[in-house]
Structure formats: C-alpha cells, structure tokens
Design a protein around this ligand. Structure first.
Ligand code: ZN
Length: 331
C-alpha cells in the first residue's frame, strides 16, 4: 500500500494541547500547489487510552461539529489521562459546502472506507482515517445526525457484532453516552462505513443520530456535549462519574423497520418523531403534485414501534426512506 499523502501538522505523541491540521495536498485551479487543511486537535497527558472523536463525516450534520469545536477549545491537558483526538469536520470539503457529500468528487465519506491513498480526495481521507487515526484509538465516537434529508429521535447506536465481548463493550459505551434513545442499529447499506472499519479493527465504536434537517438545536447540541463528556469518562480518559441518563432502548430487527417511498410527491407526515405507532397504521400520505383531485397514496407502518426517523423535506422522491419504525425493547 502506498503511503498516505495526508500529513498532520501536529505530533500525536506529544503531551499538551495542540491545534493543527491534517494537510491533504490538492492541486487545483485557484491553488496550484494547494492543500485541504482539515482541522484537528490533540490533547494528550501521559499514558492511557485514546479516544478519537469525529463530526461532519457527512458535511450537513451539525451536532458533532458544534460539540467537538467547543470541546477542542476548552479541553485542557491536565483534565485528560491518555489522549483525545478531535476532528470536528472530518469530510472537510463537504462540511464547507454544507452538503452530505464532497463537492470535489461527490464522495460520501461514510461509504468510502477503506479508501485509497492514491484515489479521490474523499478516498484519501478515508484511507488516512483507517490506516493512521483508527489504529491510534481504543474508543471511537462518530457523531451523526440526519442532515438535510432525514430527521431522527436523538439516539446513540451500536451494531450487532460477531464478537459478543466487543459488542458488550460498545453497548456499555453507548449507555454511558446517555442519549434519550439507544439503538441496536440495522444498517441499510453498511459497506464502506467508518463504523465497519472501526468495528473490524476490534475497537469500541459508538455512532449517533442526534437530530437532523440540516441544522442543530440547543437541545440536540446539549445531548452531544453531555454524551461526549460521558463517553470520555467511561473510557477513563476524563475523571468523574458518568452522569446517568434515562434512555429508551430501541431495536431494528429487520427490513420491516424501513418504509420506502414508491412515489414522487408532496409529503404529509401523519405521525411525529418519537410517537408510538401500531402495525398497519397510516404514517404518511403522498399527494400528486401534477394535478388536484387525486386521492393521496397512504404509507403504513409494517410493524408496531415508535417513529425513530422520517424524511425531512416536504417533497418526496421514489426510493426515499420515508420513515423508520424502531421497536422499543422492554427490560
Ligand atoms: Zn451521517
């Protein structure tokens, strides 16, 4: 494998607080020998575990960037045992463009792993994360939200893993994060995700979906901030106690959780996020936008549960995920 073209301007092994960049050479019309400068903060204090905290893996999701930008300028080395690597704006070109994917190559970073050192800009970022950042980490927290086209009840999530010991460690970290909901997540499309790369490397991995619609709120940022702090306490990097939070456990047992649109049109949501739905209940209607007088198409929940996610924009296209119904796990 070729070496990564990305070079950090900071030293991951040095104690103290360092603010710098992951420098990715990118020759282009307005800067012949230019580079993409991905901001990074490293806070290290002696020996101990390492946590890698990432936001804007998708460029239009904001709780991660806000909470991690705040952590980067406030975290002091003496508070830390071990190391915290903070990359608030991971797919930096996408983040600057406020879009899910990169405007340079249309790369969806979270479908690009393991990436390539000699590939597109997005592939180079994925390769650097996979071969240089993930190996440094014991704990990885990747903060997502719905972006411009989805909205979620706020949850932290883990996946079903073949190694049950690793899954238990991930679940413990998810519970420590303490989002209002905690999800055992079924991915619609898991190939190429950072999640899979970190899990296959045997690390403790937690992801989140903390809201959506292409912005953040005081409430969703507060969940992210508290969750990050709890995650670092759980990892034994920050001192203190994990502030216990009530969290509703959710499961996505199979594809019946997803309701996919077969129509283009105008969306009427009949149920809001977090509400319980019965199997067969109408959760959305889609209206023909080319004429009046047409009866709308009804979409029904295929199983009972709560509405965990919905399509956010007012217009829908065929193939869009309209809704996700998750099952509440009673313990
Ligand atoms: Zn995302």
């Amino acid at each position: 494998m070729k070496p990564s073209p990305i070079k950090p301007t900071i030293d991951f092994e040095r104690d103290g607080v360092q603010h710098g960049f992951l420098r990715l050479p990118y020759s282009r019309d307005d800067s012949a020998w230019g580079a993409i400068m991905i901001p990074v903060t490293v806070v290290k204090n002696g020996h101990g575990p390492t946590a890698l905290l990432t936001g804007a893996n998708h460029g239009d999701e904001y709780e991660g960037p806000v909470a991690l930008a705040k952590l980067a300028h406030t975290l002091r080395a003496e508070e830390v045992r071990g190391r915290v690597i903070i990359v608030p704006f991971l797919n930096y070109p996408a983040f600057r463009a406020a879009s899910r994917t990169s405007p340079i190559d249309k790369g969806n970073l979270n479908r690009t792993f393991p990436g390539k050192p000699d590939g597109t800009v997005t592939e180079k970022i994925a390769d650097y994360v996979e071969r240089h950042l993930v190996p440094l980490a014991d704990y990885v927290l990747d903060i997502h939200a719905g972006g411009k086209t989805l909205d979620f009840v706020p949850f932290a999530a883990v996946h079903i893993l073949p190694d049950k010991g690793q899954q238990e460690r991930c679940e413990a970290a998810m519970r420590a994060f303490g989002a209002p909901y905690s999800m055992k997540m079924l991915e619609i499309d898991s190939v190429g995700m950072l999640d899979t790369a970190v899990e296959e490397a045997g690390k403790v991995f937690v992801t989140t979906e903390l809201g959506g619609g292409g912005s953040s709120s005081a409430a969703s940022v507060a969940i992210a901030e508290r969750g990050v702090r709890n995650f670092l306490v759980h990892a034994d990097i920050l001192k203190g106690e994990v502030a216990p939070q009530p969290s509703i456990m959710l499961d996505m047992p199979d594809d019946d959780c997803f309701v996919t649109s077969l129509h283009d049109g105008l969306l009427e949501m009949c149920v809001d996020l977090g509400r319980e739905v019965a199997a067969g209940e109408v959760i959305a209607r889609i209206y023909d936008t080319t004429r009046t007088g047409v009866v709308p198409v009804e979409y029904r929940a295929k199983r009972a549960g709560i509405l965990a996610s919905r399509h956010f924009p007012g217009l829908v296209q065929r193939g869009d995920t309209l809704a996700v119904v998750a099952v509440v796990v009673k313990d």
